[in-house]
Design a protein around this ligand. Sequence first.
Ligand SMILES: Nc1ncnc2c1ncn2[C@@H]1O[C@H](COP(=O)(O)OP(=O)(O)OP(=O)(O)O)[C@@H](O)[C@H]1O
Length: 359
Amino acid sequence: MAHIQLKNVSKKFGGHTALRHLDLDIADGEFFVLLGETGAGKTTTLRIIAGLEKPTEGQVFIDGIDVADWGAAERDVALVLQQYSLYPRYTVRQNLEFPLKSRLRRVPDAEIAERVTRVAKTLRIEHLLERKTDKLSGGEMQRVSIGRAIVRKPRVFLMDEPLSALDAKLREALRTELKNIQMNLGQTFLFVTHDQIEAMSMGDKIGVLNRGQLVQTGTPGDIYANPKNTFVARAVGSPPMNLIDGKLVSGRAVMAPINVELPYSGAAAASTDGRALTFGIRPEDIVVEQGAPAEARVHDVENHGVEKILTLSVGNATLHATVPARTNLKIDETVSFSWNPDKVVLFDQKSGQNLRHAG
Ligand SMILES: Nc1ncnc2c1ncn2[C@@H]1O[C@H](COP(=O)(O)OP(=O)(O)OP(=O)(O)O)[C@@H](O)[C@H]1O
């Protein structure tokens, strides 16, 4: 069991505020991903939960208990880092046994052997057990690091960008494996990353952190479809959401900067007439078709196998649109486009806030 809560947690390092009034609620058994750019405060959050750093203000609760007076060992959390902290002269088996051999734990030898075998099987490193860890590849080393965390059976796993040093293919494979492991263990994982694809593909929930502040928490689906503000709209999705300034006039989106006018059928149309807005539309909701009301020039075509990503020039702006791979378009060609009028998200132009979130 591990339900993690942070209440109003702030952290200052001298004059620098790394975290501001952070409220976080991670349910027992949840795979929670904290997504943020470099310096956003991700590692600091993990270190505070792990008991390696004290918050300047606010409280941390584990299963409803305020753990302010608990040291790192009592909190019983496992921290997995980007840099593998393995003993290079030890074998994989010895590395996995190590956390169980402390005098405090007093795990019987037979149980140690059994647990090590089970973890090695889960991570598919059984064949490496007798090898020294300095003779492993990066991906194998990271598996052993994760194994060292699992073998201890901690209350909670804290993972600090554990996949970011691996090559793309391995990262993808380990993403799926880690998610499966978490589901099988049924334990609470807090995983931090700057990679939105990792966040979207692994998280039951995502928290978006910007300069020490939690901007939005939700399922990947919520955050993608209904970002709280233009910061989140840009942070999640690849390519990101198209954001175009304009106004609603009699139920139509008038986008003067690109000299385009398109239909809008979402809610809140009446109260926003004439107000300075930013229209958000995902690339897959831009419809490229003959005879549509707006025109653009194809600036770039990126083939992604199942689909193509078009970069379109409209006036001085660029828009991204995803189209089926069979679409045959050439650079500099002129295309007509529209959008799915139900999928447009309205943001206040000045504050960047999603009008649906503002109520
Ligand atoms: N011990 C420290 N002393 C001073 N400043 C610190 C300390 N630890 C972190 N900071 C600062 O706090 C801010 C948040 O750092 P943190 O490491 O939590 O960010 P992060 O989101 O994990 O970034 P990264 O992805 O680069 O690891 C940064 O501006 C960092 O420079």
